[in-house]
Design a protein around this ligand. Structure first.
Ligand code: AMP
Ligand code: MG
Length: 331
């Protein structure tokens, strides 16, 4: 079985090809970087994807060393994400499906992040911390779906880092730049710490951090350090609360999504998990950020389960779509 996955929810247009042993035959991506001071504008980003998408598909097939006719399924990101960007991925998927008569599988982007880390470490009952530009949620599989046991009530952690970076004149994506600056920070300045049960909020923290930066009383290094310390402690505390309530039924922790590449967050999580005798699983950096393989792997699971694909004319997109609305039939 060979599955081709197409990712295009936001900044990245990616195509990944895998086989039934989860061997990655190819992984080709192009990432859009906005002009300085700007965010990811949906139409400009979609134009970028449109320009490079055919090339990315061709390269992925070439790199995999297969003929397109050997592909058993095409999976694409149905959502959630930026409408114009999603539309590019879905259109390419439709066209390939129609021309070569290959079944088509719509995939939830977050389920892709989750399934990738779960499958590669063969985790049976993990608590997953998904931290990215689109999601910040602590989730476990119960009764046929991934259920949220804690999540942001306003903006995501990726949003917090990227918007802070943009407002203070740093490049996109902000996360890795803030991580570097924070490593040189020494003084902690107090920032809003909002946690309610296992849920939390970041917008007060963002506003305060921007205000402090604009007043010029705190260095960018100290502010980056304080921002990371506060936001990551919130996530780890919420995870610990969720973990405590689920403890008997959880046997590992995993972290995924773009922000999972942050070592400060990872180390905090490991420290907390050690207290509870649990191991934290994290994929290599490359697999935390958006890619076609995470979409292909969900397509593979659907195919293995004997699920039928959708007809090309029904290859819709959904800009807003919660991951806990998706029935998981392969676990
Ligand atoms: P995704 O939406 O999964 O592609 O993740 C993108 C997000 O990950 C962006 O908000 C980035 O700023 C963030 N990110 C990437 N690398 C790091 C890092 N080392 N530390 C913190 N955030 C990061
Ligand atoms: Mg993502």
């Amino acid at each position: 079985m060979i599955v081709l996955g197409i990712e295009s929810t936001a900044h990245t247009f990616g195509v990944g090809i895998i086989n039934e042993s989860l061997r990655i035959l190819s992984d080709v991506r192009r990432q859009y970087f906005p002009p300085k001071g700007m965010g990811i504008e949906p139409f400009q980003t979609a134009e970028y994807h449109s320009k490079y998408s055919v090339d990315v598909v061709k390269k992925a097939i070439e790199e995999a060393g297969i003929s397109i006719k050997e592909i058993d399924a095409i999976a694409y990101s149905k959502g959630p994400g930026l409408g114009p960007c999603l539309r590019i991925g879905a259109t390419i998927a439709r066209a390939l499906s129609l021309k070569y008569n290959i079944p088509l599988y719509p995939v939830h982007h977050a389920i892709g992040h989750i399934e990738l880390v779960r499958s590669y470490f063969n985790l049976s009952n993990p608590l997953i911390v998904l931290v990215s530009g689109g999601h910040t949620v602590i989730t476990a599989y119960r009764g046929g779906r991934w259920r949220p046991y804690g999540e942001t009530l306003d903006i995501t952690i990726g949003n917090l880092l990227d918007v802070f970076a943009r407002e203070v004149g740093l490049d996109f994506p902000g996360g890795p730049i803030i991580e570097k600056l924070a490593s040189r920070g020494k003084r902690y300045v107090e920032l809003p710490y909002n946690i309610k049960g296992c849920n939390f909020q970041f917008s007060g923290l963002l506003t305060k951090a921007i205000q402090l930066m604009k007043k010029g009383q705190v260095s960018i290094e100290d502010l980056s350090f304080s921002l990371q310390e506060t936001a990551f402690s919130i996530i780890v505390e919420a995870t610990e609360r969720a973990l405590t309530s689920l403890k008997d039924s959880i046997n590992s922790l995993a972290i995924t999504g773009g922000v999972a590449s942050n070592n400060v967050l990872y180390e905090k999580l490991v420290k907390m998990a050690n207290i509870h005798g649990l191991k934290v699983y994290r994929l290599d950096k490359r697999w935390n950020s958006d890619n076609g393989v995470q979409i292909a792997i969900v397509g593979l699971r659907m195919l293995q389960q004997g699920l039928e694909g959708v007809p090309p004319e029904e290859a819709y997109i959904l800009q807003k779509w919660r991951f806990d609305e998706v029935d998981i039939q392969w676990m």
